[in-house]
Design a protein around this ligand. Structure first.
Ligand SMILES: [Zn+2]
Length: 170
């Protein structure tokens, strides 16, 4: 059995620097997506709820690698209210079911990297990683280098799982 260390290690790449004002550049990449509500399909946002949103990771560890983040720009789990934490957990649970049902994931890694030392790419805005796994997929992973370049058709996966997220009542 292959067990990976921190397979949800953060990689989140955007091209947000182009054509943005200084003020926008200072805003964290997640907060930008939260306030920009008219580009959800372009930004691969799968679900917006009262306190959180679910998005495809643009630099996925595996096809279907999701991020769940609170709308609040908060670094520490303990600084969120119970209601927000509850919603994050409900979204994680529902996301796992969707990955299993729609993408036939055989396993799932789910977790958080908290703080820069943990490998968090955006430590100031906490987020949950949900990574679908299939038996044998580890053979394609460069574990030691902590990087894995996955050729994933984000649009295809987005269109595949979006209806299931639309149907969620959270
Ligand atoms: Zn933020």
């Amino acid at each position: 059995m292959d067990i990976l260390y921190a397979p949800w290690r953060d990689k989140y790449v955007t091209n947000s620097k182009e054509g943005k004002s200084t003020q926008e550049e200072e805003m964290c990449v997640f907060c930008q997506k939260i306030v920009q509500t008219n580009l959800d399909s372009q930004e691969f946002i799968l679900k917006r709820t009262q306190h959180a949103l679910v998005i495809l990771n643009l630099y996925p560890y595996n096809g279907g690698h999701l991020l769940i983040l609170p709308l609040q720009h908060v670094a520490n789990l303990e600084d969120l209210s119970k209601d927000v934490r509850y919603e994050l957990m409900e979204l994680m649970s529902a996301s796992i079911v969707i990955l299993k049902n729609v993408l036939q994931a055989q396993g799932v890694n789910a977790g958080m990297n908290l703080g820069r030392a943990s490998g968090a790419g955006i430590p100031s805005h906490l987020h949950l990683h949900v990574v679908p796994r299939w038996v044998g997929d580890t053979s394609f992973i460069t574990v030691i280098g902590n990087t894995k370049n996955v050729s994933v058709d984000l649009e295809k996966i987005y269109n595949n799982i979006k209806p299931a997220f639309d149907a969620l009542n959270i």
